[in-house]
Design a protein around this ligand. Structure first.
Ligand SMILES: Cc1cc2nc3c(=O)[nH]c(=O)nc-3n(C[C@H](O)[C@H](O)[C@H](O)COP(=O)(O)OP(=O)(O)OC[C@H]3O[C@@H](n4cnc5c(N)ncnc54)[C@H](O)[C@@H]3O)c2cc1C
Length: 450
């Protein structure tokens, strides 16, 4: 039986691995990747002694499937340095340490007394009843305006580069939605969970993890495993149904027959491939928006940097009116990111609320980033090293209505036996979600079609 996966990002590559890891499978699997290089948003640029992650920076080590995959590939995960636990929020013109515990929160200067008091009222706020509520409405309702602006808004920027006014709580943060629905309050949920399990976190938990040579270590190992099953420079342009299965049309004019097809490309590309195949399906998928993000890496001589850079980095709430989403202190997070005596910063620009900044031409973008870094962390020195990595369409946004959209997509896809759609546009945007979903999908494929 011939199975074709269209898209060689971590979703497509890990699915191919999950299908092929038991060698006795009767499946003939091929992955078609449009670019010369597979890996999608995972690409590590090692240049002039710096190690720049052009997209994905790492994953949290709290999802068993990713760690299992890494162990099977005989890779050694690298946990972030201890100092990376210190995360900062830029607020009221200074960097504020993000408190890690309730007592630290009440001592911290990040929120006003009134803002803190409002949070303590959270257990008395009735549970939400809206079918699909925005992250902003949810946060203001449960935690108050100040906590929304200073804590939740930057979290939405850090993970989704998104606009909390349009992001759907239950699609973006399903665990938080479920905690409210189950316990009626997040604070009450934390106390009850602490009693039950000894752990009390509404957030994801876990330690940021990568590899000594960066995230591309993972996709390289998958490529080595797949060998000839991975075809690069093979862009799919359309899909056709035949009596028995499918024909995938490639950009070079060739056609490939398959019994089973998995589309694992970004939603806007899936919509193009499926346009003539099923217009309603293509339309539903095309509604998932992707704002642009630019990643700007700057390297400095350490002695010229007065700021301590002891920590993970900082996020900037939208209300501060700055032009960047945040900056990571990459050389403080992992070893090996900058040459001896240098530091490396990675600044994220753009997202759903700042298309125009992400799209600035190179010189203007560099000026913007340097001026923000100078204002926020006081680095006045010129960087010795600068790289810009642009993602014209970066991160899928799970906006209000996302879940209804998924139901519609699932219902249509179910009518086409042997067709599957996966990738980070649907049920989890992170690497951990992609790998977890690949294993689930492999199981479904084995059950349903093989
Ligand atoms: C700037 C940035 C930073 C991020 N940081 C993190 C992070 O630190 N941690 C984290 O967990 N997640 C992060 N993410 C999210 C990350 O994108 C996902 O976790 C994951 O890499 C998505 O993998 P994917 O395979 O679903 O999609 P992609 O990586 O987009 O892969 C899709 C693949 O399909 C190929 N393709 C497209 N069209 C076609 C076609 N017509 N035919 C054949 N192939 C095609 C593409 O070339 C690409 O290789 C980040 C994203 C961005 C943009």
């Amino acid at each position: 039986m011939r199975l074709v996966i269209v898209g060689g990002g971590i979703s497509g590559l890990s699915l191919a691995y999950a299908l092929l890891e038991n060698k006795d499978t009767a499946l003939d699997v091929t992955v078609f990747e449009a670019e010369e290089r597979a890996g999608g948003k995972i690409y590590t640029d090692k240049t002039e002694g710096f190690l720049c992650e052009t997209g994905v920076n790492g994953f949290l080590d709290n999802k068993p499937k990713t760690l299992e995959l890494i162990a099977k590939l005989s890779l050694s995960p690298l946990r972030s340095n201890d100092s990376a636990r210190k995360r900062f929020i830029y607020s009221d013109k200074r960097l504020n340490l993000l408190p890690e515990s309730p007592p630290a929160f009440f001592r911290s200067g990040l929120m006003s007394f009134a803002g803190k008091l409002r949070i303590t009222l959270e257990p008395f706020i009735p549970k939400g009843t809206k079918h699909d509520e925005s992250l902003a409405d949810f946060a203001r309702r449960r935690l108050g305006k100040e906590a929304y602006e200073k804590l939740i808004d930057p979290m939405a920027s850090g993970i989704y580069a998104g606009d909390p006014e349009t992001l759907s709580l239950k699609s973006c943060f399903p665990r938080i939605y479920e905690l409210e629905q189950t316990y009626g309050s997040l604070i009450r949920a934390m106390f009850k969970l602490k009693k039950k399990t000894g752990k009390a976190t509404a957030g994801p938990g876990g330690t940021l993890t990568s590899f000594l040579d960066g995230m591309q270590t993972l996709t390289n190992a998958l490529k080595t495993f797949l060998r000839d099953a991975l075809k690069v420079k093979s862009k799919a342009v359309s899909l056709e149904k035949t009596g028995k299965g499918y024909i995938i049309h490639l950009a070079d004019g060739s056609k490939v027959e398959a019994d089973v097809v998995v589309i694992a490309v970004p939603a806007y590309q899936a919509a193009v491939i499926l346009r003539d195949f099923d217009k309603t399906l293509s339309q539903a998928i095309s509604e998932i928006p992707y704002p642009p993000v630019a990643v700007v890496c700057t390297g400095y001589k350490r002695q010229k940097v007065q700021a301590s850079l002891d920590g993970f980095g900082f996020l900037v709430p939208n209300r501060e009116g700055r032009k960047i989403l945040g900056t990571l202190f990459d050389s403080s997070i992992f070893p090996n990111r900058a040459p001896e005596d240098y530091v490396l910063l990675r600044t994220m620009v753009g997202g759903a609320r700042a298309f125009s900044v992400a799209n600035e031409e190179d010189n203007k973008l560099i000026d913007t980033v340097l001026s923000e870094i100078s204002d926020i962390i006081g680095i006045k020195a010129e960087p010795e090293f600068i790289r810009i990595y642009r993602h014209e369409r970066a991160i899928p946004q799970y906006t209000i209505g996302h879940q209804d959209r998924l139901e519609k997509i699932d219902e249509i896809v179910a009518r086409h036996k042997g067709l599957y759609i996966t990738g980070n546009a649907y049920r989890g945007i992170g690497v951990n979600d992609c790998i977890d979903n690949s294993y689930k999908l492999a199981e479904r494929i084995f059950e349903e079609v093989i």
